[in-house]
Design a protein around this ligand. Structure first.
Ligand code: TXA
Ligand code: MG
Length: 336
């Protein structure tokens, strides 16, 4: 399907208005959207995604002026961040306004809000003239889609329409910042980094650990963002040694690596960029491609330790299998 045109966006708006569900591109990943004020439409999003009902959705707004309608007791820090990073890959958790349906927030008294930085998403939101509740357009627990064809492969015709906006520029989900307490807290790392946030806020900001996060945030579940094929992280220096050991045992092995090398027999080889932005942009697409081969196991090398790789490290640690590498048939990972 070609990139969405005005008439496609107009049809998507009609679908949203009549309570339908539309998959649409954002700069991070594709979302599965419904009219945020229509609980039946929102319920369909949960059903298609097979997402537990108590896990809240992000509400996508056309612009910052909608903030006051969807949140209350809004701190100055929220405006500071919104002005600096919206439209863009940042979600703010704020106290919800009375208008926000329980189905969107999973019953919590907070709401996640963002203005996405993608021309098709913005055209959709502006023409709709309201808020669109949308999780990533994948089944619960699985890898997020970064191309329209990922959505089509995974959800088929369950969405009423899929708007194609080409490959997502960022490729990893938005940074989530909670502004519910006196001190802002990063709940999910993303392209807007801790240092960018600290600079905009004029104060340090912490990244929440699982213990600190008492809110329900499924992206923080230990197992999430996972392919169907068991995926294992291994130290870069051991990548090929481990891969060949598995090939010798008769396994069909995929290797996802930043190190250009000679493709070797018995290995399916996927080269990822060596810079963190390029890597983030291609990671999910590469996982989708490798997963589609239905190999026995995928090996991916540990990403570097510095801040620029934090979001990649976070997603990979949740996407990778907890089972023993040489025993991948007894994978214990739960996929939601
Ligand atoms: O980049 C993104 O954020 C994409 C695009 C489509 O906008 N959306 C996305 O949605 O990743 P989803 O539903 O897959 O992940 C949203 C995360 C979940 O971990 C959810 O729990 C959290 O946001 N969230 C939403 N509302 C929340 C709230 N009130 N409190 C805490 N976490 C919240
Ligand atoms: Mg998701």
């Amino acid at each position: 399907m070609p990139i969405a045109k005005d008439k496609d966006v107009a049809r998507a708006v009609e679908i949203l208005r009549s309570g339908g569900v539309v998959a649409f591109p954002t700069e991070t990943v594709y979302g599965l959207g419904a009219d945020a004020l229509n609980p039946q439409a929102v319920a369909r999003v949960f059903a298609i995604k097979r997402r537990p009902p108590d896990h809240p959705l992000i509400v996508h707004l056309p612009d910052v002026s909608y903030l006051k309608d969807w949140a209350c007791d809004i701190p100055r820090a929220a405006y500071r961040l919104a002005e600096k990073f919206w439209p863009g890959p940042l979600t703010l958790i704020l106290k919800r306004a009375a208008i926000v349906p329980d189905s969107v927030t999973g019953g919590q008294d907070s709401v996640g809000l963002r203005v996405p930085g993608h021309p098709v998403a913005l055209a959709l939101l502006e023409k709709f003239g309201g808020a669109v509740a949308a999780p990533s357009a994948n089944r619960f627990g699985h890898v997020s889609p970064t191309r329209a064809e990922h959505v089509r492969e995974e959800l088929g015709s369950e969405a009423d329409m899929i708007l194609d906006g080409g490959p997502c520029r960022v490729g990893l989900e938005s940074t989530i910042v909670s502004l519910l307490d006196a001190r802002p807290l990063i709940l999910r790392p993303g392209a807007i980094s801790r240092s960018m946030l600290a600079e905009a806020l004029g104060e340090e900001i912490e990244t929440g650990t699982a213990e600190k996060i008492t809110l329900r945030t499924p992206g923080m579940l230990v197992s999430h963002y996972a392919p169907h094929t068991p995926l294992h992280k291994v130290p870069a220096a051991e990548l090929y040694e481990r891969a060949f050991a598995l090939v010798t045992q008769g396994q069909r092995v995929g290797v996802l690596t930043r190190q250009a090398g000679e493709p070797a027999s018995g290995l399916h080889y996927y080269l990822l960029p060596s810079d963190p932005k390029g890597y983030a942009h291609e990671l999910y697409d590469t996982l989708h491609k490798a997963d589609a081969r239905r190999l026995d196991v995928l090996l991916i090398e540990d990403p570097p330790q510095d801040e620029a790789w934090l979001a990649v490290r976070d997603r990979l640690s949740r996407a990778t299998s907890t089972s023993k590498l040489l025993n991948s048939s007894t994978d214990t990972r739960e996929t939601g």
